[in-house]
Design a protein around this ligand. Structure first.
Ligand code: 13P
Length: 253
């Protein structure tokens, strides 16, 4: 079975102390993850080492960075490289979140470079895609998301694409409380998997985890995750509340 993943995206929230307390509260719920299940905390850069040490002795609990730069190293004041992440043992990085695309002008091409660097340094990219509201209203979401995948991922070899986690996050559902219905999520996830299958074959597509993100909450996670092509979630707001997020973890297939 492909990996089923509950990923928390804290975005720019929590002080260090609040973050530490949140992790303590979630981990003290002692939810035992099965072999095919993972929980990942994407925390702000200054908290990576703390979060790593908090989760170190927990089975299948991991830490992710929320971004990295698309250059190896050098005179890029304020940026963080994948090599830096690797040097502190961070196994995942979220790439191409819609907030990065919108506020920091991240293009599909730049994201392809970030994906390449991450894989080169053995860090698993959690690659985000998803359409804005006007595209959904025009009914062209399938081709919109397909282009995001093609331009950032489809240069990868069969071996490398299997190392990528995809997160489908419709922008109109992020932070709005307006989640995609489980049918809408399943429809898009099945489409993404068919696009992957066309490029890499069905066996490869079948191995790739596709997470849903956009107003995932304790009360809708189970229904969303029960869809055959939804392999868990990338969770913003609800990941900042221990009770909410532990219920979401427990909703994994
Ligand atoms: P919300 O769960 O707050 O809608 O955020 C989703 C998201 O952007 C996760 O990356």
């Amino acid at each position: 079975m492909r990996k089923q993943i509950a990923a928390a995206n804290w975005k720019m929230n929590c002080t260090y102390q609040q973050g530490e307390q949140l992790l303590d509260d979630i981990l003290s719920a002692n939810i035992a993850l099965k072999e095919h299940q993972q929980t990942i905390f994407a925390v702000p850069f200054p908290y990576l080492i703390m979060a790593k040490s908090e989760t170190e002795n927990e089975n299948n609990y991991f830490v992710a960075a929320q971004n990295c730069y698309n250059k190896k190293s050098g005179a890029y004041t304020g940026e963080v490289s994948v090599e830096m992440l690797q040097s502190i043992g961070i196994p995942f990085v979220v790439l191409g979140h819609s907030e990065r695309r919108e506020y920091f002008q991240e293009s599909n091409k730049m994201l392809a470079e970030k994906v390449d660097l991450s894989l080169q340094y053995d860090i698993t990219p959690i690659f985000c895609c998803g359409e804005p509201l006007n595209i959904r209203e025009a009914g062209t979401q399938n081709s919109f998301v397909e282009v995001q995948l093609k331009e950032s991922l489809f240069h990868l070899s069969e071996k490398d694409i299997k190392r990528v986690v995809i997160a489908y996050e419709p922008i109109w559902a992020i932070g709005t409380g307006k989640t995609a219905s489980s049918e809408q999520a399943q429809e898009m996830h099945a489409h993404l998997r068919s696009v992957l299958a066309k490029q890499y074959g069905a066996a490869v597509a079948d191995e790739i985890s596709i997470l849903y993100g956009g107003s995932v909450k304790a009360n809708n996670a189970k229904e969303l995750f029960s869809q055959p092509d939804v392999d868990g979630g990338l969770v913003g707001g609800a990941s900042l509340n221990a009770a909410e997020f532990t219920t979401i973890i427990s909703s994994l297939k």
